[in-house]
Design a protein around this ligand. Structure first.
Ligand SMILES: Cc1cc2nc3c(=O)[nH]c(=O)nc-3n(C[C@H](O)[C@H](O)[C@H](O)COP(=O)(O)OP(=O)(O)OC[C@H]3O[C@@H](n4cnc5c(N)ncnc54)[C@H](O)[C@@H]3O)c2cc1C
Length: 418
């Protein structure tokens, strides 16, 4: 392990390749994934996905109260929507979006012998799953983990395909903080969830809770909020529901695919009628049929991300319960950087999982992919208002180098404790 000297090493530890995501700027996404806004509950997710008029269903990760913001949750929700189409007696279904929800819906309908066309805005399928080449390595710039592994239909598919899977233990990060040794974050998180006054808006409840703590406990709690809540729910506290404390995220025996998520997605899309480069802007569901672009059907399953859903024109408008649901759900901001180096210069985490507690928060979560992919490569995640702080006024190279600086600061802090 090198001795790290921040000024000198910022020149030495220059990535040889990098990728920076901009999901929030992506017009076919408009954020990373759905999250509960103040007053929002999982019931709003279920309401958004109700069958409307026997011919329209909104589906996707945002509508799944059991596995929101997750790929397999999107897949399951697509199948739920397809079952509603079957029950409604649909003969020709228009599916909007070829992410995992749209693919799940379309495959299920095809299997029942129902005619189905998928309209996808982009020139590729997969939506928020997307694998790219970075040098010799395949990396995922969207979803990377098969979460809730035991109860994940896509994990079963990956196993059936014989794909290589690598487990990540999120409970054992190699963690460091910018202001000295860090301890007790997990206990602080559990104490916060038990002790916070849930009748208050989240930000106010947190503020009151912190005010009653000793400084060391308050510090651990702030880091727990950054590492367990904000990086998952992806908005600042004032924009989140208190129920965000309970929405499931990573930590259920998650596995990632060193060969990329697209291996699963491409396989699941085989044989489907998918039309690329077909952005839908207007869904006309009045009368007995549904019209989207030049397509006509008797049922429509709309799986565009929530951020896009809020911009679509529905004729007639969506009913009040669905409008209310949309008002209580928002898109979170989460971006990823993947950095590749000639050599691994940072300390090894036994689990491959790293956390960096900075004030204010920056690149909180890192996965060291090196052992899995055979080339020194790390992926860092940043969420909520930290994105603006780290991205604003910088090009991708500058963002990548700022992320590298955070990794280097983490490495220095870890070294200092060894
Ligand atoms: C950085 C990042 C990391 C993540 N990490 C994980 C993870 O590790 N594990 C996990 O389970 N989940 C993760 N997620 C969440 C996961 O990617 C999503 O929950 C899931 O992929 C959503 O699937 P979907 O089918 O609902 O939506 P999408 O995949 O977004 O599919 C919707 C499709 O609709 C298309 N579309 C948009 N607008 C239109 C239009 N007007 N007309 C036609 N088509 C349109 C889009 O192009 C897209 O293909 C992550 C997300 C991000 C951004």
């Amino acid at each position: 392990m090198n001795n790290l000297h921040p000024e000198k090493d910022s020149l030495v530890h220059r990535p040889i390749a990098w990728h920076v995501t901009h999901w929030s700027q992506d017009i076919y996404c408009q954020g990373a994934y759905s999250t509960l806004l103040p007053g929002g509950t999982p019931a709003h997710r279920a309401a958004l996905g109700e069958c409307l008029g026997g011919r329209l269903v909104i589906a996707g990760e945002a509508c799944n109260p059991k596995a929101p913001a997750m790929v397999h949750g999107a897949w399951d929700d697509g199948i739920r929507a397809a079952n509603l189409a079957v029950r409604a007696g649909a003969r020709r279904v228009i599916v909007i979006g070829a992410g995992c929800a749209g693919l799940g819906a379309s495959r299920h309908l095809r299997a029942q012998g129902i005619d189905c066309v998928v309209l996808e805005a982009r020139e590729r399928i997969g939506g928020r799953t997307h694998s790219l080449q970075l040098g010799p390595v395949t990396v995922d710039v969207g979803a990377a983990w098969l979460q809730q592994f035991a109860d994940n239909a896509l994990a079963r598919e990956a196993e059936r395909l014989g794909l290589r899977l690598v487990g990540t233990d999120f409970s054992q990060p190699l963690a460091a903080a910018s202001d000295g040794p860090v301890d007790g974050v997990d206990a602080a998180w559990e104490a916060l969830r038990r002790g916070i006054d849930r009748r208050l808006p989240l930000a106010e409840g947190v503020e009151r809770y912190l005010a009653a703590l000793e400084p060391a406990e308050a510090r651990a709690t702030r880091y727990a909020i950054d590492g367990n809540l904000i990086i998952e729910a992806c908005l600042p506290l004032v924009e989140l529901s208190v129920e965000s404390l309970d929405e499931d995220g990573v930590g259920n025996n998650d596995h990632f695919l060193p060969g990329g998520y697209s291996q699963v997605v491409d396989h699941l899309a085989t044989g489907l009628d998918i039309r690329l480069g077909q952005p839908a802007t207007r869904i006309d569901w009045q009368g007995g049929e549904v019209r989207v672009n030049d397509e006509r059907g008797d049922f429509c399953i709309c799986t565009v991300p929530l951020g896009v859903l809020k911009t679509l024109q529905f004729v007639p408008e969506l009913p009040q319960p669905q409008q209310d649901a949309m008002a209580h759900l928002g898109m979170g901001t989460l971006e990823k950087v993947v950095l590749q180096f000639e050599e691994r210069w940072w300390p090894r985490s036994p689990t491959g999982y790293l956390r960096w507690y900075d004030t204010p928060a920056s690149w909180v979560e890192w996965l060291d992919l090196t052992d899995a992919v055979g080339k020194p490569t790390v992926a860092g995640l940043i969420a909520a208002d930290a994105v603006e702080r780290q991205f604003s006024g910088r090009n991708d190279e500058e963002i990548a180098l700022a992320a590298r600086d955070a990794l280097q600061a983490w490495a220095c802090a870890v070294e200092a404790t060894l």
